[in-house]
Design a protein around this ligand. Sequence first.
Ligand code: 4AD
Ligand code: MG
Length: 433
Amino acid sequence: MTTQWIAIRDLPAHTGEKITLCGWLYNLRSSGKIHFLQLRDGTGTVQGVMVKNEVPEDLFNETKSLRLEASVEVTGVVRSDERAPSGVELSVSCLRVFQNPEDEYPLGKKDHGIDFLLDHRHLWLRSSRQQAVMRLRDRVIRSAREYLQNNGFILVDSPIISGSAGEGASGLFEIDYFDSKAYLAQTGQLYAEAAAAAFGKVYCFGPTFRAEKSKTRRHLTEFWMLEPEVAFYDHEDNMDLQEGLVCHIVAEALNHCRPELAVLERDISKLENIKPPFHHLQYDEAMEMLHDLGSNTPYGDDLGNEDETILTQQFDRPLFIECYPKAIKAFYMKEHPTNPNLVLCDDLLAPEGYGEIIGGSQREDDYDRLVARIREEGLPEEAYDWYLDLRKYGTFVHSGFGMGIERVVAWIGGLQHIREAIPWPRTIYRIKP
Ligand code: 4AD
Ligand code: MG
């Protein structure tokens, strides 16, 4: 191809030049003598202005019949325009139509219900709001990786198909695996632990699966989890790492995603508060506070979504809740040194009612205790023989955590529901498109 297309994002640098761009028609308004074409190409939008007596009559008439989302190549001179959000507009002299849709574009300007939008997710992604969410997601992932890489971590990915459960036997997706059964990963953690014994500081990052029948604003059946794991880090070191990572991600969103956060109408001041030190409560203290706030959740239970919401509304920064009862947490967590009923773990809750974005713990490094926990939980011991080997050959204090990417994106973007934070949401009732 010989044509040099210019991205809409880069137009201001070409002010005064005649350029060509490729994209889609986002909106079209016409007065009798002028067409105003809102054009988008994925990098931004720009208004193209086509004046009747400056272009061939055929072109002017054909343009009038364009439908939304027609794919086009447009040539014109870039002019600065103070009123335009991008600072420029395009005086259109030439327009080539790749395709003018035969049917009306299903996603018009009218308010569609959420089910209709989700059914049309493949088209909905073109909207300015969804573009803002996906760019924010991209930035969250990039900055998370960057933070870990800059701090000496190496990426060691975990398998998606596995013979053993990670988080416990419930909520597993079982698949036929030749002549046996296998499971889709709920977590990459157990593999990350093995990798930490090989490399020290590692992380894995990939899709994880939970067959929970939760219909909340915070649950997907497929979500992306970033899981750092560090040799010789204890519970405290683990929380410091979480705090550093989350602060970096928020700072980078503020550095790079101002336009996106503006589209999402996010209150930036709330994000500017996200600085160390985060708040800390022990599980016991959190329970007491919840009871004062009117919660009925009994001591010993996990916090419900509602509990997390009311608790985090009390704080302007993320909140660590530490040391939950052993009985409600996963088998691999390290027993508390002075209270055998508790474990050395933390949940990090995002403010403004968003709730848990990270779950982490120091891992049980004692062979006998770990075997006992596996038996207590009724887990198949033989599936964990390799995991137990890590406690047999050079056992080591180590800790790690999992951060749910969609939960973080929903919080930073101020989204109502996590399903907007992933390109193709999977929930109990949705696996299409
Ligand atoms: O607290 P979870 O279940 O922890 C683990 O899976 C650990 N094995 C992680 C580790 O220590 N390496 O999940 C971790 C995070 C949660 O805090 C939440 O952000 C996210 O994963 N998450 C979900 N996100 C969307 N939908 C769901 N159903 C989720 N379940 C967990
Ligand atoms: Mg959790």
